[in-house]
Design a protein around this ligand. Structure first.
Ligand code: ADP
Ligand code: MG
Length: 255
C-alpha cells in the first residue's frame, strides 16, 4: 500500500515544492510508483512538472466536488511519475471547505482509493497551517519538513510541531515525522553550517543528506523540467537521489 507523505512548513520559500517534485522524480527513477498531489493554490508543482494549471481539473475538484481522483491524475511529460494538479480554483478552497461536513477529511477520502496504485503519494502543501494543510496532515502517514539553511530557520517550527500534535490528538493518531530536509545549503557560509547543527540538535530525524544551494535547481521549474531532466549530473540531482535512498531505507522499503 502506498505511503502518503505531506511536505509541510508554513513558511514559504523553504523548498517544499522543489523537494516534493525532485524526490518524486528520484523515486520514480528508482522504480517506485509515485503520485504527486499539488495542494497549493499557487500550483508551483504543477507548473514545475511542465503542465499549465489553468484548465486542468485536479485537487480542487477532488476536494470540493468529490470527483474520483483517479480520473484527474495526469502523467508528467518526460517523467515516470504522475500528478494530481492544482488549478486557480483551489484558492477558494480554504473558505469553501469551512461549512462542509468532515471538512478535514476530504483529501484523506480522495486519496484512499489511490493507495493501492502507488508506492508513494506526496502532497505539496501551501505555506500556511489552514484547512488545506490540515487536510494534508489528516490524509498523511508521515511528514517531511523542508528547512532552509538561513537565519531564523527554526522560526515557526514549534508552531508546526504543535499543529502536528493537535492533528494526532484529534484527527490522525498515526501521523509521524519521516524527516527534516535541510535545503539551500551554502557551504561557504558559517551561518549555514551553524543552522545545520542547530536543526540537527532540535530534530534528530533530520536526514543526513543536505541539499546544496544550486542555480540549476532554481532554473529547472521555469523550463517545466525536474532537476533529473534538466541537470542530471549536477550536485542537486545527486543530493535528491541520496535523499530518496534515505527515505527508502527509513521507511523500510526495498531499495
Ligand atoms: P516552497 O514550496 O517551500 O515555497 P520552493 O521549493 O518553491 O519553496 O523554493 C523557493 C524558491 O527557491 C524557488 O524559486 C526554488 O526554485 C528555489 N530553490 C529551492 N531549493 C533550492 C536550492 N537548493 N537551491 C537554489 N534554489 C532553490
Ligand atoms: Mg511551494
Amino acid at each position: 500500500m502506498g505511503r502518503v507523505v505531506a511536505f509541510v512548513n508554513q513558511k514559504g520559500g523553504v523548498g517544499k515544492t522543489t523537494s516534493a517534485v525532485s524526490l518524486a522524480a528520484a523515486l520514480a527513477r528508482r522504480g517506485q510508483r509515485v503520485l504527486l498531489v499539488d495542494l497549493d493554490p499557487q500550483a508551483n508543482a504543477t507548473s514545475a512538472c511542465g503542465l499549465d494549471p489553468r484548465g486542468l481539473r485536479g485537487s480542487y475538484e477532488a476536494l470540493l466536488e468529490e470527483a474520483p481522483a483517479e480520473g484527474l491524475v495526469c502523467s508528467v511529460p518526460g517523467e515516470s511519475f504522475s500528478i494530481l494538479p492544482a488549478n486557480p480554483a483551489l484558492a477558494g478552497a480554504e473558505v469553501e471547505l469551512v461549512p462542509l461536513l468532515a471538512r478535514e477529511r476530504r483529501l484523506a477520502n480522495a486519496v484512499a482509493p489511490l493507495r493501492g496504485s502507488y508506492d508513494w503519494i506526496f502532497i505539496d502543501c501551501p505555506p500556511s497551517l489552514g484547512l488545506l494543510t490540515i487536510n494534508a496532515l489528516t490524509a498523511a502517514d508521515s511528514v517531511i519538513v523542508p528547512v532552509q539553511c538561513e537565519y531564523m530557520a527554526l522560526e515557526g517550527l514549534s508552531r508546526l510541531v504543535e499543529t502536528l500534535e493537535l492533528v494526532r490528538r484529534n484527527l490522525n493518531p498515526g501521523l509521524s515525522v519521516l524527516g527534516v530536509v535541510l535545503t539551500m545549503f551554502d557551504a561557504r557560509t558559517r551561518l549555514a553550517q551553524d543552522v545545520v547543527e542547530e536543526v540537527r540538535r532540535h530534530f534528530p530525524q533530520t536526514f543526513e543528506t543536505v541539499v546544496p544551494r544550486s542555480v540549476r535547481l532554481s532554473e529547472a521549474p521555469s523550463h517545466g523540467l525536474t532537476i533529473f531532466a534538466y541537470d542530471p549530473g549536477g550536485r542537486a540531482a545527486a543530493a535528491y537521489d541520496a535523499l530518496a535512498a534515505e527515505m527508502l531505507a527509513r521507511s523500510g522499503a526495498a531499495v
